[in-house]
Each structure stands twice: as C-alpha cells, then as structure tokens.
Design a protein around this ligand. Structure first.
Ligand code: NDP
Length: 451
C-alpha cells in the first residue's frame, strides 16, 4: 500500500518538530500540521517567554544590590510596552527558526488543524485527507481553569504574555510550577501579588525542606501567599474582579490568573473513534515505546501526560524515530530527570525528595542553608539550600536539591553525577570550587538526619 507520507506529525511543538526533523533527515517523507504558532507551548507561551520575564523581574534586586556595593544607581520604572515589543519580536524570530528547521529538512507543513480519521489517515481543517504509514500525536496540552462560579473571568498563563499593560494587583491560584514562577515574576515587576494555594505547602511532590525555603523566600520578597486557601466565587466589579475566598476574605483584584494544571489536547481529535485509548485526564495512553493501541499511531510529549517537560518531549520524539525509522527499538528514559523551577529563589532538583527516599530505604540527609556571599554583602536576608539525600546501603546520592540563584544551571551538572550513580564519597572526593555556593555539595561532612 502506498501512502502520501511515511510520517504525519500533528503538532509543531518541541516533541513534534524534533521527531519530524530527525525522521526527515533520515530520508523519510514527512508532513506536519500545526494550527497555531510553530514552537508550541515552550517557545510561544511557556519556558522561553517565561524565562525572559524572570530576567526582567530580577532587575530591581540587582539594582538595589548595585547600590549596596557602592554604585550610584536610580532604579527608575519598568516599561511593560518596551519589554513586550521586544518579547514579541523574539518569539517571532524563534517561530521562524522552527519553521526554517522544518523547511530546510524537507518537511511539508500545513498551517491548520488536523484530526485523525483512520489508522493511517488524517483530515485537515480544509477537508483534505492525507495518508501516512505512521502518525505521531504531539498536540501538547493547555491550561485548565477549575469549574467554579466566575472562573471565566480569570486568565491563564497563555494570556499573561498578551496583557496590554501590567495590572496593579493580581491573584494567582495554584501552587505548582506555573503559579509559583509567575508569582515571583509579577512580584518582581512591581505587581501586588496574592497567591492562593489549597494545600498545606506549595510545590507538592518536591523535597519538603526545599519547598519550605522557596515558600519562605517568596513571602519575604513580598508575595502574599495564603496556604490552605482557595477561591469560592468570582464576580466582575468596578476596578476588577471580586474574589470570595475559603478563608472568609473578600478582595478585589485587577486580574486573577489560574495556574491550576494543564490538560492534554485530545478533544475532538477523533482518537477514540479509531481505537486510540485515552486516560482519565484525556491523555493518550502509550507503551514504553510511545506506541498507542493503534500500532501505526504513536504519541510524545505533554499529550501523553508522562513527564511534562520540553527536553523530555524531545527525547521521546527522538526515541520514536529511532524505534520506528531506524530499526532500533528505544525507550525514552524517564529516570532521574533533573529539572529547575524558576521561582525566586530558583530551585533545581534531581532524584528523590527526602520524603520519597525514606519510604524506599534508610537514608542519610546532608543539608546546609546559609546566606550567600553576594547577597549577604548587599545586606539581603536571602538564604540558599544545598541538600543531598544518600542511601545508607549503597551510599548512592538518591536526590540532590538546590535552592539558590542559578540552581537550574547547577542541577544540570549535578544531575550528570547523580545519573551516573555517584556516591556521597564520589561527591566528597571532588575538590571544592571556592568561593561558590555549590561547593557546599562536596564539603558536607556530617548527616543532619539519619533513618
Ligand atoms: P501543576 O499540576 O504542577 O500544578 C497545579 C496546581 O494547581 C497545584 O498546586 C494544584 O493543587 C492546583 N490545583 C489544581 N486544581 C485546582 C483547583 N480546582 N482549585 C485550586 N487549585 C487547584 O500544574 P502547572 O499548571 O503549574 O504546570 C503544569 C506542568 O507544566 C508541570 O507539571 C510541569 O511539568 C510543566 N512546567 C514546567 C516548568 C519548568 O520546568 N520550570 C515550568 C512550568 C510548567 P494540588 O497540589 O493540591 O493538586
């Protein structure tokens, strides 16, 4: 049977573009459909614009520090319109880079929605149908708002980059990556930020001590964090949105942003009709090789709701090409993924939290928290944290947790050692780089806790 394409990819984000490119470079005839902008969540409305906003928001502290170091400086004000114009131009540039990658590798692109109509067939929104030996689902996910009265008045992280002006006040709902990162960003840009999280501590699932320090520092920096608090109802009033909260308070905010999780983009895609199985959240269910219940259809990235991170989607996309086009069955490796949360302060983490490690086996915990030299000299009270969770039996470092400026950069490197199975003694054998914050990772002598 002959097909129009060897591979049809639905979704032009990190996972889809990488798989399309690598398959095409190997000689496959590839097409890709994207209904929105090329680059997907990461490039257009996620990691990239978010990180640029983190940079923008860190200047007030840097300027204050400069003054403390003896510079004559005047902070002045932040002009959102200047930043936003540059941000828009940068995202246009990056989108073109993504389009260029596809074009230069001979991938045919369709700037429209596609849905699956058969094991080997997709239908584009203009009604044309294309056949392919393999179909790759890489549609990603989107933010979801909770179902509660007035929720439609709130925005999500998709909208934050398009605000015509920065609000004076903002309520952020949620305690995950996105909520905590934007609380720090907007606070740094001068917005009066309140954050409601329904649980006892933000960043559920991460190491308890590290979460505690991030939370303390966020409050110290001016975020009005209310734990054990959620929105009851919202109503439009003069000057903003009136929010009734579960803690009994009623307050008006100019904007409310929901960062209450994301859902896979599988609705209306025709998937169950052709036999692709979906999970409870609508995620595409796949095996270890990213293959769905329909042998010719695979899925990678957030649409599968495995580990929702760009570099993981990219790895999954490459493993898919290796498996399907290079005759080399390859499982994407989801173990010991280092990751950073761009809160202020930043958190970098790899491996098990102390809590999860203790459930697994007896551990030793090495941990230190201190005021780093640069900020301490400037008179700031910020603290950082360096922590290793070590197996008593194997001496392997099971988890490494860093809360510090630049923690994302540090954990990338510590992650190599942890992935290689380094022991505490391997860390100790490594000479400290002095004076740095991360040298503490190789100089902690006595465990602070055992058991
Ligand atoms: P998360 O699932 O991480 O967090 C959702 C938050 O919203 C949780 O605190 C959750 O509370 C809360 N929540 C859920 N439902 C409700 C509700 N009905 N009412 C009130 N609160 C609610 O999602 P995010 O949107 O923050 O991030 C999605 C994913 O994107 C992340 O898991 C991550 O993989 C990825 N990401 C990665 C980044 C990075 O690498 N730096 C940055 C941003 C995103 P509870 O804890 O009680 O369930």
């Amino acid at each position: 049977m002959s097909f129009d394409y060897d591979l049809f990819v639905i979704g032009g984000g990190s996972g889809g573009v990488r798989a399309a490119r690598v398959a095409a470079q190997g000689g496959a005839k590839v097409a890709l459909a994207e209904e929105d902008r090329y680059g997907g969540t990461c490039v257009i409305r996620g990691c990239v614009p978010k990180k640029l906003m983190v940079f923008a928001s860190e200047f007030p502290n840097a300027i204050a520090d400069a003054a403390a170091y003896g510079w004559t400086v005047h902070a002045g004000g932040f002009d959102w319109s200047v930043f936003k114009a540059k941000l828009d131009a940068e995202l246009d540039r990056l989108e073109n880079v993504y389009r260029g990658i596809l074009k230069n590798n001979g991938v045919e692109t369709y700037d429209m929605r596609a849905r699956v109509v058969g094991a080997h067939e997709v239908e584009l929104s203009d009604g044309t149908r294309k056949s392919a030996k393999h179909i790759l689902l890489a549609m990603g996910g989107q933010p979801v708002k909770p179902e509660q009265p007035g929720a439609e008045l709130g925005i999500t992280s998709n909208d934050i980059f398009h605000l015509p002006e920065l609000p004076k006040s903002m309520l952020i709902v949620g305690g995950g990556y996105i909520a905590c990162e934007f609380a720090g960003i907007l606070n740094g840009l001068g917005v009066d930020v309140t954050q409601y999280y329904r649980g006892a501590q933000i960043l559920r699932g991460f190491d308890g001590e590290a979460r505690g320090l991030v939370s303390d520092e966020m409050i110290q920096n001016g975020v009005k964090l209310h734990l054990g608090t959620n929105v009851l109802s919202m109503e439009k009033v003069e000057g903003g949105i009136e929010v009734k909260a579960t803690n009994g308070e009623t307050q008006v905010f100019e904007h409310v942003m929901f960062a209450t999780g994301r859902a896979p983009n599988t609705e209306g895609m025709g998937l169950e009709e052709v036999g692709v199985k979906l999970g409870r959240k609508g995620e595409v269910l796949v095996d270890d090789y990213s293959q769905t219940q329909v042998p010719s259809i695979y899925a990678v990235g957030d649409v599968t709701d495995r580990v929702n991170l760009t570099p993981v989607a990219i790895r999954e996309g490459m493993a898919f090409v290796e498996t399907v086009f290079n005759g080399n069955p390859t499982k994407p490796d989801h173990a010991l993924i280092p990751t950073a949360i761009f809160t202020q302060p930043e958190m970098g983490t790899v491996g098990l939290s102390e809590e999860d490690a203790r459930e697994q086996e007896p551990v030793e915990v090495y941990c230190t928290s201190f005021k780093p030299m640069q900020q301490s000299f400037a008179g700031r009270g910020d603290r950082v944290l360096m922590k290793l969770v070590v197996s008593q039996a194997s001496r392997k470092v099971l988890g490494c947790h860093i809360v510090a400026p630049g923690a994302g950069e540090m954990i990338q490197l510590a992650g190599i050692a942890v992935k290689m199975g380094a022991t505490k003694e391997d860390f100790d054998r490594t000479v400290a780089v002095h004076p740095t914050m991360s040298e503490e990772l190789v100089t902690m002598k006595e465990p602070v806790r055992k058991g």
